[in-house]
Design a protein around this ligand. Sequence first.
Ligand code: IMP
Ligand code: ZN
Length: 353
Amino acid sequence: MEEDKQMTDFCLKVPKVELHAHINGSISEATMEKLMHKKPHLNVQHSMTMIKKGQQRSLEECFEMFKVIHQLTDCEESIVMVTKDVIREFHQDGVKYLELRSTPREEKSTGLTRRSYVDAVLSAIRQSKEELPGIDVRFLLAIDRRNGPAVAMETVKLAEEHLLSSGALVLGLDMSGDPSVGHGRDFLPVLEYAKKAGLKLALHLSEIPSQTEETRILMDLPPDRIGHGTFLHPDVGGSQEIVDLIIHHQTPIELCLTSNVKGKTVATYDQHHFRFWYGRGHPCIICTDDKGVFATDLSQEYHIAADTFNLSKEDLWNISYRSIDCIFLPEGEKRQLRGEWDKLKGSLLNSNK
Ligand code: IMP
Ligand code: ZN
């Protein structure tokens, strides 16, 4: 019991890097409450936006939840509010470097455009920078595969423009959305264009079993990081050739334990593919994916990883430290972050045996 409390304390205090967090999936219960108050006529209940402990939903049901959440965040003001709240909560959870991602969305009824959506997120990041020193926040524009390659190109152009004008707040792109919709092949030209423009790519790959061919095609880019990668390895119907390619490129994998268990793509924590990749010494980052929808936070995910895979505090420290290698900033800034981590190491690992 005492040991467990110490581990909880350590997981909170250890400086952490969060690289896979969708803004609208990361909205806490408290922020959701504020949003519901603004739109009581929608009659949204917490069970429609959040999966509690011990509960599970299919991936399809999760995507229905995002539709409900999007109805609550359909104007610039709410995007600024939720983004600031999400940043503050990650900060409180001991996150020192955060790459948020979100899909620029247009909403005719409120005048929200993809451009004003991006401006709202960037404005929230800039405001948070003033109010919360100690957390470095960057932004990846998300391509929702459901919207097809033409909208994806619009998103890439917006990202390209902001890559140059945002003072390095925009670093790249995510590709996400319902994996059963569309085919990655159709996005290849758009993603190639993005890569040439200097945008970093974090792609959700092999989140469901039927995506091996798509992953093979998209690995030609190659992406700079992989989200989930649940069905990459041969034990779950993936392909050794792809695994070898990922190891060859040393492409980091963003692993989201609770998201996969609650979304039912992984049966139990114990069977999570963290074991496969971490066991091979591959670059792995522990992430939350959607801390609001899946009712978790990053320190809890570290704790679950420790309990499930028998990791020590030193192991967790190393996972966090090595995550810095995988961020989308240049080496000089990575070095600075490592310096911040180094300063904390001695006191954290010694006082918390
Ligand atoms: P937003 O982009 O900030 O609106 O965050 C919600 C969106 O992120 C959803 O509509 C999906 O497109 C995407 N998303 C969140 N979680 C997942 C996931 O596990 N797989 C694929 N897409 C996801
Ligand atoms: Zn995701």
